[in-house]
Design a protein around this ligand. Structure first.
Ligand code: NAP
Length: 248
């Protein structure tokens, strides 16, 4: 049977591109989305038209009951799990920290941090060789913002990705003897809709002159790194990070 992969936030951007590449590499997919139903349906249609196995599941990754229901659907549909890409993420409008409120911080941490923790927990339960699983791989989609800090834009988002980095290191150590590898990619400035959510759709083009490679990156370039970390080719790599940021 083909390997089974859950990709959160698969309806758009990096998640959708990761889904296309994973399907091409033979994975069976659970594609999670929240609001973008039409985009998710179009992606599913394209994949199934191409003969790939996939199903959609609408869930807010920040909600425990919804994440648990999504994993039960994977259990029913495929009866196994080999990988998780913790990709779903949000940022809010660019702002100094002094002008932010706790409701915003809670939203940012609920989805970027609690969502990644919840999905990782349910994946470990199913993949751990200690509980009858066959092992597997988790790839967290962090951000170079965790290292740069996101000043005047979104220090909260950067801090949330810092928490994801710490989880990557700690969980990799916890489950290293359970057949599960945990790694992260750290994208830089990638052309997706996330920048419009921050209030500046043209952000990548404004900042690309600060990138040593003098350009923004593409979702497919991030997807390649994610697929490598999921694959057996990275079999001795855990608790590691790949910057996909053109050197920035
Ligand atoms: P995007 O185009 O805005 O896509 C975000 C995806 O996350 C969408 O599929 C969205 O689904 C999903 N999502 C948001 N909230 C969700 C929730 N509560 N539950 C489930 N799914 C949810 O963003 P992107 O740039 O591809 O970002 C993907 C990941 O890369 C994020 O973790 C982001 O932080 C990270 N990243 C991006 C960049 C960049 O420059 N683009 C840089 C560094 C890191 P719906 O639309 O269906 O709601």
């Amino acid at each position: 049977m083909s390997k089974v992969l859950l990709i959160t936030g698969a309806s758009r951007g990096i998640g959708a591109e990761t889904a296309r590449l994973a399907a091409a590499r033979g994975y069976s997919l659970c594609l999670n989305y929240l609001h973008s139903e039409q985009a998710a349906n179009e992606l599913l249609q394209a994949l199934t038209d191409g003969g790939h196995q996939a199903f959609l599941f609408q869930a807010d990754v920040g909600q425990e009951s919804e994440v648990e229901a999504m994993y039960r659907a994977i259990d029913r549909e495929f009866g196994r799990l080999d990988g998780l890409v913790n990709n779903a993420g949000i940022l809010e409008r660019q702002s100094d920290l002094v002008d932010m409120d706790p409701d915003r911080w809670r939203r940012v941490f609920d989805i970027n941090v609690i969502g990644s923790f919840l999905c990782a927990r349910e994946a470990v339960k199913r993949m751990s060789t200690k509980t009858g699983g066959d092992g597997g791989a988790i790839v967290n989609v962090s951000s170079r913002a965790a290292d740069i800090g996101g000043p005047h834009e979104y220090v909260d988002y950067a801090a949330a990705k810092g928490a994801v980095d710490a989880m990557t290191i700690g969980l990799a150590k916890e489950v290293g003897d359970q057949g599960i590898r945990v790694n992260a990619v750290k994208p830089g400035l990638i052309y997706t809709d996330i920048h419009a959510a921050g209030g500046e759709a043209g952000r990548v083009d404004r900042l690309k002159s600060n990138v040593p490679m003098q350009r923004g990156g593409y979702p497919a370039e991030v997807a390649e790194a994610i697929l490598w970390l999921l694959s057996d080719a990275s079999g001795y790599t855990t608790g590691s990070f790949i910057d996909v940021s053109g050197g920035r």
